[in-house]
Ligand binder design. Structure first.
Ligand SMILES: [Zn+2]
Length: 318
């Protein structure tokens, strides 16, 4: 028996939703550390960035959008492939679902396993999971590096600024308003999930975001950051966490320690600094396992399955 309930199975308390206006064109749907959705309202259409985990949950986003505009929701952008971000897509009935080619490739390679794994880890985040249509959420447009979409006079840039949270991470950037939607590349008061991450690349990718000099930023989890100072804080906090995990794991690997020992050491060292961030206990076993892999023999993240999740948890927390 595990001493800690597996992943977030014991997290049952619903969160308070906020729908924050960042400009006439940009809104943030946030929920105290649960996955965020971004909304961009152009002259002729609406774009949604990350969908929520189920169509029923996405209906609440649509309800908020309809309080501020009646323009059609034409585009859904997937910041990355994780189920909790993409499985609500059908609710919007978008004309286009846009993702990076790298994200598309990950959906092909591991979408099914990820879906089963994520639903098992965090049942509360998949409210009315029966409303998810069978199969996966498939992009209808893919791009590599950069894509610009004009919503009338409003310019939206979809950018791959490097690997980090996943191989396919995409940010949405409004250059005219200096507002950025980061997906899970940046978190605020929430623990970065790094089970599918590239620890060596992530800090540089955050520097690339900083170089755009966003004035406002919607993170993957946590409150919208509405001043340059808050944006800086979000970027710095995420970078510190990733760098601290990597440094601690590398030290352990260099000393010849096994994963279990490295996990216990890393958890103990990071808990005082980051233990108050939501989903800390959920993320740490996955993050350290991936980091240990990257520091040893796996340049690319191994696929998580529902079964592998359980085995890992039993090994590290049992
Ligand atoms: Zn994610």
């Amino acid at each position: 028996m595990s001493t800690k309930a597996f992943a977030s199975q014991a997290d049952l308390q619903d969160k308070q939703v906020s729908f924050t206006k960042l400009s006439d064109h940009a809104y943030a749907y946030t929920a105290e550390g649960d996955p965020n959705t971004g909304v961009i309202i152009g002259d002729d259409a609406v774009m949604v960035i990350d969908t929520q985990a189920t169509p029923v949950m996405a209906q609440d986003v649509i309800r908020r959008i309809r309080e501020v505009t009646d323009k059609p929701i034409k585009y859904v952008v997937l910041s990355h492939y994780h189920a909790v971000r993409v499985l609500g897509a059908s609710a919007y009935q978008p004309e286009h679902i846009i993702a990076s080619q790298d994200t598309y490739d990950l959906i092909v390679e591991r979408g099914e396993q990820d879906k089963a794994s994520e639903i098992g880890r965090f049942p509360r985040l998949f409210r009315a999971v029966e409303s998810v249509p069978p199969g996966l959420t498939w992009p209808t447009i893919t791009f590599t590096g950069k894509m610009t979409i004009w919503l009338g006079k409003l310019e939206v840039q979809l950018l791959q600024l490097g690997r980090g949270h996943t191989k396919g991470d995409t940010v949405a950037w409004l250059p005219q308003e200096r507002i950025l939607f980061s997906g899970d590349l940046v978190e605020f008061d929430a623990t970065p999930y790094a089970g599918d991450a590239y620890f060596r690349d992530w800090p540089q990718t955050l520097d690339n975001i900083a170089a755009l000099q966003p004035e406002k930023l919607v993170p993957g989890r946590g409150a919208a950051l509405t001043t340059p100072e808050q944006v800086q804080q979000g970027l710095a906090g995420t970078k510190a966490f990733i760098s601290d995990v990597y440094a601690c794991v590398r030290e352990g690997v260099a000393a010849g320690k096994d994963l279990h020992t490295v996990y216990k050491d890393t958890y103990a060292r990071l808990k005082p600094k980051y233990g108050h961030w939501v989903i800390f206990d959920h993320c740490m076993p996955f993050d350290v396992t991936r980091c240990y892999d990257e520091a040893t023999q796996y340049p690319d993240p191994r696929i998580w399955t529902a079964e592998r999740d359980r085995q890992m948890w039993e090994t590290l927390e049992g």
